[in-house]
Design a protein around this ligand. Structure first.
Ligand code: NOJ
Length: 781
């Protein structure tokens, strides 16, 4: 669905000699009614129930606790059974078996006065029992239908235990690899992030939210959490409205448009106001502008944390501020339970506001069909897990998520990858070849290490134990001289060395895992250098939840594959990829830094008045002076690998970008191209020819970028506006065509409106964000 355009504007366009007219009207878009919460027929049931509730029972619906393994600081409460029977709890989370959910549900449905069922939530982030690659890796597939299917598998498994609500997708834009939670999102781009956000929501929620195998999705963390200063988790954020609207909000908007049933408010403060007490984002943007009718859940104790932020002097004012700002449901802090009733009695919170929040919660429960089916069949729980189609999908997702960063030849022949079955004796060295918990990543749901097929296991199956020697060498963060020497000795006897280095997937990525140094932890760099010094051909398989700064490796190692944290099918996926049965097609969704000093780093930056890049379209310096430009004395500006980059086992050539089209007319949410007589006339398009210039068949993710110049606000030097996956046989050429909707040309202007403005437009169809030659067009007033 297209982004809402708030302002009414009319412009005439001149494009390649044709006059165009674009109109953009203020219209709230209507999310898809299939998901349930927007179904108006629910309202009658909600009102009937609300009318029977006491104030205490209403507040009970706004209270949520963690009753299992905590995922934040403990609340000290354990008396949930009693509270549920009294109608004092609306939602529980962190429980993950059918037996437990049924037991708690029985208390709500059989013991509480109004028999309102509980809704059970969990962080089902990249799978429930069938663990997929981490979300950053899933995004690197650039394959939204695949991500949708992965979310569907997760929903099928989780719902079999009675969980009907996931705290996913995390749609935070992340521009700083120091932030450990970069692993949980789709990277730095709002367009790709929006595509992924919508895919997750569709996958979790399915075609009907009341189907027993659907989960209510949560877009989190609203908003700007990924802009934490210094990349330090939970830290303050300062984001202009311009950047908020153009960069940080679009993936949330896409999730809401796809029907996401809940939104989670974040931990961070945004421009001085904590997001969990911020009516500008929670009421004005989310409710009034976007028409969101679902539940706003706080993050873990983010209501109580308003005291730490300094905007509340005690728990009561924390409750008041969060609630009045628009947080419906209090996760884990107990502050609503303790204070909301009193705040209503004291006249500080109108009961009508409580009613509105309760409506949101009840609407969700009705939409999920919980009143009709509060329990799950415990006998069927087991059958839902680890089904063959899910396992096959987990393997495919892993294969598609790998990004081949480098693939040189070692002795002037063909590139080192793919490996040949005649490669000889293989030394598999490094701490991550057999690290089962790292493969599972940071939010592994009910994932179990015994479900993981490790790289070492799969490789041994492929080449035979007799052709494989495995040495850990060193651990991830520690290691002895003896182990290191043994690994080097093993490498020296092999024909090929595969090194598996990187981060601890559980402990060094995800929440509260910010890092100030992004090199290889422990003694891994030493191991790497010693192994390369043996002179053997080396393939580096990098396991991490973020890009790592490894200048030495990128210079000296001939082949580097970013494997991320690949999930339970890590081994088979890696083996198939390294041996060429699956050719890498993943592309980076974050700009890969050269050094930490470059962070935050992102391709869709604004230009400066003194750009260092002389190829820039508008650079007035034209190479005359290199001194007074925006750059570092001791580092380059550009990333080590750009956003959108990823090699394949074949190569692709791109022809010039061409633009075709005539008269474009946009009205509200629809965009039509018309001829001079006002008749529909196809679409405005950009196209380029892409050729497989190598000798193997291959798939390529072709990307469309746009830049607007001469506008009222500075616009990014490039912004992704589309992508397509194509398959090409060796020597084959395909014309790839993109439609340029007005949406792709809209911007947040200097009067705080979405508009399309007169501009010079550059359009690239390219393999990544740093290459290609633009075609240009003019939008005239
Ligand atoms: C805190 C995290 O920020 C959030 O993403 C998660 O959903 C909650 N804890 C619940 O576990």
């Amino acid at each position: 669905m297209m982004r809402m355009l708030c302002a009414t504007v009319t412009f005439s366009f001149l494009l390649a000699g044709y006059a165009l007219e674009v109109r953009s009207d203020a219209t709230a878009s209507v999310p898809d009614a299939r998901t349930g919460i927007y179904d108006p027929s629910l309202d009658t049931r909600v009102e009937a129930l609300l009318g029977r509730m006491t104030l205490e029972e209403k507040v009970g619906q706004l209270v949520q606790y963690s009753a299992g393994q905590p995922t934040g600081p403990g609340t000290g409460r354990t008396d949930y059974e009693d509270m549920i029977a009294k109608g004092q709890i609306g939602a529980l989370f962190n429980i993950s078996t059918a037996k437990e959910t049924n037991a708690y549900q029985r208390l709500a449905v059989e013991k509480s006065r109004l028999k309102i069922p509980l809704v059970f939530g969990l962080d089902v982030i990249h799978g429930f029992r069938t663990i997929f690659p981490v979300p950053l890796a899933l995004a690197s597939t650039w394959d939204p239908p695949l991500v949708e299917q992965a979310a569907r598998v997760a929903a099928r498994e989780a719902s079999a235990t009675g969980i009907r609500w996931t705290f996913s997708p995390m749609v935070d834009i992340a521009r700083d690899a120091r932030w450990g939670r970069i692993t949980e999102g789709a990277g730095e781009d709002p367009y790709l992030g929006s595509e992924m956000a919508a895919a997750y929501v569709r996958g979790y929620q399915g075609t009907r939210l009341d189907a027993p195998d659907s989960l209510a999705a949560t877009a989190k963390h609203f908003v700007g959490y990924g802009a934490a200063e210094g990349g330090r988790d939970y830290n303050t954020t300062e984001i202009s409205e311009h950047t908020l609207r153009q960069i940080y909000l679009p993936p949330f908007r896409a999730a809401v448009d796809a029907g996401a049933a809940t939104i989670m408010s974040a931990f961070n403060s945004l421009n001085g106001i904590p997001t969990s007490a911020n009516p500008f984002i929670l009421r004005q943007i989310l409710r009034e502008e976007w028409g969101f009718r679902g539940v706003v859940d706080s993050d873990w104790e983010s209501v109580r944390e308003l005291i730490h932020h300094g905007v509340a002097i005690d728990r009561e004012t924390a409750a008041l501020k969060a609630f009045m700002a628009g947080v419906d449901l209090d996760m884990a802090s107990s502050v609503y339970h303790d204070h909301l009733v009193k705040l209503v009695s004291a006249g500080k919170v109108p009961e009508a506001r409580i009613d509105d929040s309760v409506r949101n919660v009840l609407r969700l429960k009705f939409a999920l069909g919980l009143f009709e089916r509060p329990y799950v069949d415990e006998a069927r729980e087991h059958d839902a897990m680890l089904r063959p189609d899910g396992l096959a999908l987990a393997q495919k997702a892993a294969e598609r998520s790998f990004v081949l960063l480098k693939n040189d030849s070692v002795s002037g022949d063909a590139p080192i990858l793919p490996l040949s079955d005649r490669a000889g004796r293989i030394a598999l060295i490094g701490p991550l070849a057999d690290d089962l918990s790292s493969a599972l990543g940071s939010w592994a749901g009910l994932g179990k290490v015994e479900d993981v097929v490790s790289f070492r296991t799969a490789l041994a199956r492929r080449v035979g134990e007799q052709n494989l020697v495995h040495h850990k060498g060193v651990g991830i963060t520690e290691g002895s001289d003896e182990d290191l020497a043994a690994a080097v000795a093993a490498a020296a006897k092999a024909d090929v060395v595969i090194l598996t280095l990187g981060e601890d997937g559980g402990g060094m990525t995800g929440e509260a895992t910010s890092r100030a140094f992004l090199g290889l932890p422990g003694r891994q760099q030493e191991l790497l250098e010693k192994i390369v010094a043996t002179g053997k051909p080396v393939v580096l398989v990098l396991f991490s939840g973020r890009p790592l700064t490894l200048p030495w490796a990128f210079e000296k190692v001939p082949a580097v594959l970013a494997a991320w944290l690949p999930g339970i099918q890590a081994g088979p996926a890696l083996v198939r990829t390294l041996y060429g049965e699956s050719s890498p097609t993943g592309k980076l969704v974050v700009s890969w830094p050269r050094s930490v000093g470059q962070l935050p780093l992102y391709y869709n930056a604004l230009n400066t008045g003194r750009p260092a890049d002389k190829s820039d379209l508008t650079n007035p310096l034209g190479g005359a002076d290199d001194t007074y430009v925006s750059r570092y004395l001791d580092e380059r500006n550009d990333p080590r690998f750009p956003f959108g980059f990823g090699l394949s086992y074949t190569t692709f050539g791109y022809g010039p970008t061409k633009i075709d089209g005539s008269r474009l007319e946009a009205s509200g949410l629809t965009a039509k191209l018309r001829d001079a007589a006002g008749r529909d006339e196809g679409v405005l398009t950009a196209s380029a020819e892409v050729t497989n210039t190598g000798s193997r068949p291959g798939e390529e993710v072709v990307q469309l970028y746009v830049r607007l110049i001469g506008t009222s606000t500075s616009q990014p030097v490039r912004a992704l506006k589309g992508f397509q996956r194509i398959s090409l046989a060796p020597g084959e050429t395909k014309k790839v065509t993109f439609t340029l909707e007005p949406d792709a040309l809209a911007l947040w202007n200097d009067r705080n409106q979405w508009v399309v403005e007169p501009a010079k437009v550059a359009v690239w169809i390219s393999p990544d964000s740093a290459h290609g030659t633009p075609a240009t067009l003019q939008i005239l007033p």
